[in-house]
Design a protein around this ligand. Structure first.
Ligand code: GDP
Length: 196
């Protein structure tokens, strides 16, 4: 269980605050309210490691969590919250884009999307920033408990079909923090990225 016992290490607000590379990093990203904090807490087996937002879009920091294996989970700020002023939104976008494009020890991206509305324009932009590097992206279609089996599987198939255009390193699965479904599949994928 790769994410178990993750420990908070540091938060940064600007690219200039990035710590020197130290171990592989796995980024977690998603629209605000996509269920990212819940997914991190579920994977880490920790009730409140990542802060579950009452106000969507509130997390404006990159939060680094050290894993037992020495790698880092990096929680990126949620994007796409409409009530955030344009200037702030641009700053976050800049921070996320810079981190995704330039961080040399970032080996993969876990991208959370609400399974009821996956592949929004901003989700595609994130994939567009990262996929050209050839590094892997794994999409968690979150809150899958809110769909019945047929529609959930149909969503998974449709998303996989769209992702195939980016290459075989871009994968997807269903995930529910509420039901704890998909935890092992996600662990297996990320463990593979780390070559463990
Ligand atoms: P974040 O903004 O992406 O970090 O999203 P949060 O983790 O804060 O979750 C946003 C909302 O979705 C909260 O009200 C959560 O309780 C709810 N939520 C998150 N994961 C699940 C899930 O697996 N199932 C259900 N039914 N609700 C979820």
């Amino acid at each position: 269980p790769i994410f178990r016992n993750a420990q908070f290490e540091i938060s940064i607000a600007k690219p200039s605050g990035l710590p020197p590379p130290n171990g592989s990093e796995i980024a977690f990203a998603g629209r605000s309210n996509a269920g990212k904090s819940s997914a991190i807490n579920t994977l880490a087996g920790h009730v409140r490691l990542a802060y579950v937002s009452k106000t969507p879009g509130r997390t404006q920091l990159l939060n680094f969590f050290r894993l037992n294996c020495g790698a880092c989970l990096v929680d990126l700020p949620g994007y796409g919250y409409a009530a955030v002023p344009e200037k702030i939104r641009r700053e976050w976008g800049g921070l996320i884009e810079t981190y995704l494009k330039e961080r040399e020890n970032l080996i993969g991206l876990v991208l959370m999307m609400d399974s009821r509305r996956p592949m929004t324009e901003l989700d595609r932009q994130m994939i567009g920033w990262f996929a050209p590097s050839g590094r892997p992206i794994h999409v968690l279609l979150t809150k899958s408990d809110k769909l019945s089996r047929g529609p959930a599987n149909a969503t998974l198939i449709a998303v996989r079909k769209e992702l195939a255009a980016y290459g075989p390193q871009v994968t997807a699965q269903l995930f529910s923090s509420l039901k704890k479904t998909g935890v092992e599949e996600c662990e297996r994928i990320v463990t593979g990225w780390l070559g463990m």
